[in-house]
Design a protein around this ligand. Structure first.
Ligand code: HEC
Ligand code: HEC
Ligand code: HEC
Ligand code: HEC
Ligand code: HEC
Ligand code: HEC
Ligand code: HEC
Length: 394
């Protein structure tokens, strides 16, 4: 049922990588906030999101029949991955933000339903209303505004942990040489398309940005595709053809790598990009998990949805995650009892037990990693034995 031996595993892995390369066409680079993640190359597409003329209906329409998912999803970090300035909680409850570095003073000031981003070096001043607030401020809330008809990304971001502004992740943590650079970085149309493709619903149609129809955040149809036809079919009681994409029907590796990985960055996207081989890649869980030694990415007991419900916030309960490890690993007691070892193995728990501890597996084997300047910790999804003093394995 599960993988049979390392050779097969290696062959399958190789086949997957080849398929992934063909599938991806030209080398892709997935982007994120900050220049470090944004150099060169065309953007990633989310094939299930539909092409031009896709008919989106919005999450309220889904809520009528799917209360369970709708009840929690809108309040998750994913559901709020982008917020309009008018309703942004962070901007509303922080009406007067400021930050100083070198010759520069940054302010973000609330005025009615707007927030205005201003940078001055004492001689010259640049000011623009913020158009979009990206993120919920765990690893930063970063702002997009427009100057001379092009998008720019703010050089500073809001961080929840310090309840204030600091340099945006991925930039040099020092005052830049010119006011222009201190203001922010120009985001090309191509790059903007990828930002909105990962942080909104319906913001990208085919190859075009369509901000007038964009719905903020990763909501139902960002993951399930446009839903108008599904609703029509369900209302007509045509249950045979549901006309909606259900990622739950993908194989475990497709789900983790191609689906979640299209936003969270797949093993393929990270492996192909030499700029991503540093500590920053702790943000890319599909890549980290895929490269965990001994762990078969094709095993359904290790897919993203085993530990995460895409419609809810992550659980913070260690016992919950331990139970996921024990789906494969034998208990510590089985080291002392051959009989127990045998019966656990018969239940499919044939991976070695831990000689050190019986619970809180993740605290040692999926350590928290603090990226310098991120004001937050990420959970390293590369499951492994962490040795004292070893460098970050990237
Ligand atoms: C009129 C009621 C109705 C509305 C509105 C509705 N659905 Fe459904 N949906 C259903 C029914 C009925 C099923 C089939 C349930 C089953 O198979 O148990 C279903 C199934 C699904 C499935 C599983 C499909 C599969 O192949 O297993 C997904 C995903 C889904 N809906 C998403 C959505 C999304 C996203 C929206 C909003 C765009 C939405 N639904 C709106 C009634 C509705
Ligand atoms: C369309 C893009 C997209 C897809 C597909 C996607 N995510 Fe996300 N996800 C995001 C973005 C953007 C964020 C960051 C939200 C924020 O903090 O503003 C995020 C955040 C998260 C978080 C962190 C929540 C928190 O509280 O810190 C988890 C967990 C997560 N996603 C799991 C998944 C899983 C599992 C899948 C696949 C089933 C998935 N995501 C698919 C875009 C996506
Ligand atoms: C390939 C998909 C993708 C693209 C493109 C992308 N992001 Fe993200 N972004 C994510 C995911 C997934 C997360 C959550 C994990 C993390 O923090 O890295 C995230 C996190 C963030 C966060 C931190 C949110 C928080 O609450 O911690 C900010 C801010 C952000 N992105 C802004 C941007 C901006 C601005 C752009 C464009 C310049 C962009 N992103 C492009 C997928 C993407
Ligand atoms: C970040 C991606 C993501 C978002 C956003 C999302 N879903 Fe899902 N949804 C999934 C995944 C992944 C599955 C498959 C889960 C599984 O099989 O474990 C799923 C499954 C479902 C199912 C089938 C459930 C079943 O029992 O088989 C329904 C119905 C559904 N989602 C509705 C919704 C609705 C309604 C929304 C918006 C309120 C929504 N989803 C938002 C990723 C998402
Ligand atoms: C074996 C369980 C497990 C699996 C499988 C897993 N995760 Fe996680 N994930 C965790 C734990 C534990 C946390 C930390 C939860 C908390 O905040 O306490 C986490 C946190 C996250 C976060 C929040 C940011 C961070 O790094 O802390 C994101 C995003 C995420 N996971 C995405 C994914 C994606 C995408 C996949 C599939 C490639 C995945 N996870 C598979 C256990 C898992
Ligand atoms: C899909 C099954 C599966 C799941 C789920 C799983 N593991 Fe493993 N794990 C394995 C296999 C197979 C190995 C290879 C060696 C062996 O037989 O123990 C392994 C190896 C390890 C190793 C040794 C790695 C090395 O470099 O030698 C550690 C540590 C580990 N797992 C911890 C965990 C933890 C902690 C969890 C839960 C967060 C977990 N595993 C979840 C199957 C799994
Ligand atoms: C206090 C930290 C800690 C916790 C908690 C912990 N481990 Fe370990 N684990 C270790 C260390 C250290 C080793 C390496 C032991 C050695 O090689 O001497 C290890 C080794 C392992 C191995 C490799 C065993 C082998 O024979 O190669 C596996 C598998 C493993 N742990 C799984 C788990 C699981 C599953 C849990 C949760 C039930 C867990 N660990 C909890 C620290 C921990």
């Amino acid at each position: 049922m599960y993988s049979t031996g390392k050779k097969l595993q290696a062959a399958v892995l190789f086949a997957f990588l080849c398929a992934a390369l063909v599938w991806s066409g030209a080398a892709r680079v997935s982007r994120g906030q900050g220049p470090a993640m944004s150099a060169g190359a065309p953007s990633q597409t989310h094939t299930w999101q539909g092409g031009t003329n896709a008919k989106y209906v919005g999450p309220e329409a889904c809520a009528k029949c799917h209360q369970d998912e709708a009840h929690t999803q809108h309040a998750t970090a994913m559901g709020r991955a982008l917020e309009p300035v008018a309703t942004s909680d962070i901007l509303r409850s922080n009406p007067d933000l400021s930050f100083r570095a070198g010759p520069y003073t940054y302010t973000i000031k609330r005025s009615g339903e707007q927030s205005v981003y201003t940078v001055t070096d004492g001689k010259q001043t640049v000011s623009a209303p913020i158009l979009y607030a990206f993120g919920q401020g765990k690893a930063g809330q970063t702002y997009l505004f427009q100057r001379n008809g092009t998008f720019q990304e703010s050089r500073v971001s809001f961080y929840k942990q310090i309840k204030g502004l600091d340099w945006t992740i991925g930039y040099e943590r020092a005052a830049p040489p010119t006011l222009e650079e201190a203001v922010g970085r120009t985001v090309s149309t191509d790059e903007a398309r990828s930002c909105f493709g990962c942080h909104t619903t319906g913001g990208v149609s085919g190859n075009q940005l369509q901000l007038d129809r964009m719905m903020p955040g990763v909501t139902c149809e960002a993951c399930h595709g446009p839903g108008a036809e599904h609703i029509a079919a369900m209302e007509a009681k045509d249950l045979k053809n549901k006309r909606i994409f259900n990622p739950g029907r993908m194989s475990p590796d497709e789900l983790s790598q191609e689906f979640c990985g299209s936003c969270h960055r797949s093993a393929e996207a990270v492996s192909a990009n030499s700029k991503m081989h540093n500590m920053n890649n702790v943000r890319f869980q599909p890549y980290r998990l895929f490269t965990s030694r001994g762990h078969d990415p094709f095993d359904e007991r290790l897919s993203c949805t085993v530990c995460h419900n895409a419609h809810e916030n992550p659980k913070h309960d260690e016992a919950f995650y331990d139970s996921k490890c024990f789906a494969c690993h034998r208990s510590g007691e089985s080291l002392k009892s051959a009989e127990l070892a045998k019966s656990e193995a018969e239940d499919g728990r044939d991976a070695k037990p831990c000689p050190v501890a019986a619970k809180s597996c993740g605290s040692c084997h999926m350590p928290k990693v603090e990226l310098p300047g991120s004001h937050t910790q990420f959970t390293d999804h590369r499951i492994r034995i962490v040795r004292e003093g070893e460098p970050y394995p990237n």
